[in-house]
Design a protein around this ligand. Structure first.
Ligand SMILES: Nc1nc2c(c(=O)[nH]1)N[C@H]1C(S)=C(S)[C@@H](COP(=O)(O)O)O[C@H]1N2
Ligand SMILES: [Mo]
Length: 258
């Protein structure tokens, strides 16, 4: 095994006392205003009507995303992107909670959307359109890096598997993701989950993810601080109640918006 691609050691785990700093939390509150943008979008998505057998709220979102990404509309909701040449080759590693156990051989992602429970394989996901993004990944500890990730848009996954829909009119309010061992977990508000830049990533710099970066599959959510980008997705669950969130339990902002 290459030293680069090993499982992280226990000693590399995050030290909690380094993290819970009141001044950082206060600074976070300043970002509150930014969360109004996705909320506005969300109200709009929610008010759309249901037609045919497709997820109507989601279809509107998809159309809206198309416009956003084709720049017909202002791209103020989008995290800035960069050319590939600027992507960091030595990507930083941070946090190994939930990554220390060997991965099961027949890795599958468990999905729960209301009564609908099933499993998805990585190969299934790779059949969906590939989406790459080069953006500035920001960790709340104070470092940032331009990084290049590849995978599938979460909104495409929702649409393909017809998940995330509570009833004919509405999507669930949240999606929760967990590592297979349930030691790290995040909760994401639906507007951010269906954001066009939110992807389930299986590649970094054009190659399969390394274990320490969350292989085989991780979340990449550019509109939020790094602690929401869960590595090694084992479970995806939709709900109307706030899913448990690892760092929110330590006093960090639940939404972690940028
Ligand atoms: N499973 C898991 N995912 C995680 C973490 C973790 O400890 N365990 N740390 C988070 C934090 S705080 C950051 S900044 C990013 C770091 O991702 P990287 O190691 O690929 O740089 O992963 C996030 N996702
Ligand atoms: Mo982080």
């Amino acid at each position: 095994m290459k030293s680069e691609d090993r499982y992280p050691k226990k000693s590399e785990h995050i030290r909690l006392d380094n993290y819970v700093r009141r001044d950082v939390i206060k600074a976070l509150l300043g970002f509150g205003a930014a969360s109004l943008l996705p909320l506005g979008l969300w109200q709009w998505v929610k008010s759309s009507s249901y037609t045919n057998n497709v997820l109507a709220p989601l279809r509107k979102t998809l159309e809206f995303n198309e416009k956003l990404t084709s720049k017909l509309l202002s791209d103020s909701h989008l995290a800035p992107t960069f050319p590939k040449s600027q992507a960091e080759r030595k990507v930083r590693f941070n946090g190994a909670v939930g990554l220390t156990e060997p991965l099961e051989k027949d890795y599958k992602i468990k999905v729960e959307s209301g009564e609908n429970k099933f499993e998805i394989t990585l190969d299934d996901l790779k059949k969906l359109p590939k989406q790459e993004i080069i953006f500035e990944f920001k960790c709340i500890e104070g470092w940032s890096q331009i990084q290049h990730w590849g995978g599938v848009r979460f909104v495409d996954v929702m649409n393909h598997y017809k998940i995330g829909q509570k009833d004919a009119e509405n999507l669930f309010e949240y999606v929760g993701m967990e590592t297979p061992d349930d030691k790290y977990y995040v909760g994401i508000d639906m507007p951010s989950a269906v954001h066009p830049q939110t992807i389930l990533a299986y590649e970094m710099n054009g190659k399969p993810l390394l274990k320490k970066h969350g292989s085989p599959l991780r979340l990449i959510i550019p509109v939020k601080y790094g602690y929401k980008s869960l590595k090694r997705i084992g479970v995806i669950k939709f709900s109307d109640t706030r899913p448990k969130d690892y760092w929110a339990l330590f006093g960090y902002d639940y939404f972690a918006g940028l």
